[in-house]
Design a protein around this ligand. Structure first.
Ligand SMILES: [Zn+2]
Length: 41
């Protein structure tokens, strides 16, 4: 069923970081809608 999840995310529009507004390209889907920089705690 993993393939279905991949297809689901492929069909999603490009995400933008909710903190800095930067476009998020290939990020881990499990992360929040933030870029790598903003994900650093
Ligand atoms: Zn950011």
């Amino acid at each position: 069923m993993i393939e279905n999840v991949i297809e689901f995310f492929k069909n999603l529009p490009a995400k933008s970081c909710t903190t800095c507004g930067k476009d998020i390209e290939e990020q881990h889907e499990c992360y929040s809608n933030q870029c790598d920089e903003c994900n650093i705690v």
